[in-house]
Design a protein around this ligand. Structure first.
Ligand code: C2E
Ligand code: CA
Ligand code: CA
Ligand code: CA
Length: 274
């Protein structure tokens, strides 16, 4: 084997393999979108820290691939964004979530929105259509965007956020604390809620820093009239500490895993129709 050529072809083969896998995933995702019941939406309850009552649920996409099995959204969402499939996938999740929440006597539903979706000038209009079609009151829909999306100065994204606010839809900042935005900068966007990233929650046992960070986030959020949700609560000690700190709502495996529509409806005492 000649070293130079050999190494080159090794790398290019490895690259072809990665690209091939990506392309296959992309093709499979396209297929999944066309029906076949591979894509579904799961719901994870969110509860009030004070009353311990369920106040809403977060909608989370699930993909069950016919050969591979479950594929994480952390893996397929970025592929969907690059392949131009995220608008359709996002609409699918939004529609399922709003249709479900319309039957939940007053509870809200949180839906994750990709920065790519928000940069589409048609986005807010599409959300309005889904609300009308499902009969869900706009104030019961909360859209979760990440810090980087929220502070992006892209004019289509800013226009969408203004239009969504005008509709009465709520906006939450997801994974707060992992980016570099300040609460002050986010304030001009008129957001409703901050979701404290689970990395801080999980540092609560032992790490004094994380406790101080969460305390600061909650206090500043309240001073600015925003509500707070802690995500990734796994132990009762974490739940108790967060409640003591004044965090409004709690979400995590301690209380419930994300579950299919049938199960969440049963938990909420809602008759399931098919
Ligand atoms: P995320 O928005 O931060 O969602 C929370 C993630 O934390 C979910 O992972 C959830 O299952 C997980 N989780 C909840 N409680 C706990 C806990 O106590 N401990 C731990 N370790 N994890 C917990 P999931 O469902 O795998 O989703 C991963 C990410 O994929 C989401 O993170 C979100 O960024 C993205 N995603 C999911 N569904 C959608 C969607 O419909 N649209 C978009 N654009 N992104 C989505
Ligand atoms: Ca989220
Ligand atoms: Ca999150
Ligand atoms: Ca996350």
């Amino acid at each position: 084997k000649t070293t130079g050529r050999g190494r080159y072809s090794f790398f290019s083969e490895a690259m072809d393999e990665t690209l091939g896998l990506r392309r296959k995933t992309e093709m499979d995702l396209r297929q999944a979108l066309l029906g076949e019941n591979q894509l579904s939406v799961y719901f994870q309850p969110i509860q009030s820290a004070r009353t311990r009552q369920i106040v809403g649920c977060e909608a989370l996409l699930r993909w069950h691939h016919p050969e591979i099995g479950w594929i994480s959204p952390e893996l397929f969402i970025p592929i969907a964004e690059e392949a131009g499939l995220i608008d359709d996938i996002g609409q699918f999740a939004l529609h399922k979530a709003c249709a479900a929440a319309a039957k939940w006597h007053g509870l809200s539903v949180a839906v994750n929105v990709s920065g790519v979706e928000l940069a589409n000038p048609a986005y807010a209009g599409k959300v309005e259509k889904v609300l009308v079609a499902t009969g869900l009151a706009p104030s019961r829909l909360e859209l979760e965007i990440t810090e980087s999306v929220a502070t992006d100065e892209d004019s289509a994204a800013v226009d969408n956020l203004i239009a969504l606010r005008d509709l009465g839809v709520r906006i939450a900042i997801d994974d707060f604390g992992t980016g570099f935005s300040s609460l002050g900068r986010l304030q001009s966007l008129n957001i409703d809620r901050i979701k404290i990233d689970r990395s801080f929650v999980q540092g609560l046992e032992g790490k004094a820093d994380d406790e101080a960070i969460i305390r600061a986030i909650v206090d500043i959020a309240h001073a600015k009239g925003l509500r707070t949700t802690a995500e990734g609560v796994e132990t009762s000690q974490q739940g108790d500490t967060l409640t003591r700190m004044g965090c409004d709502d709690l979400q995590g495996f301690l209380y419930a895993q994300p579950m299919p529509l049938r199960d969440i409806n049963r938990k909420l005492g809602i008759a399931h129709d098919t």
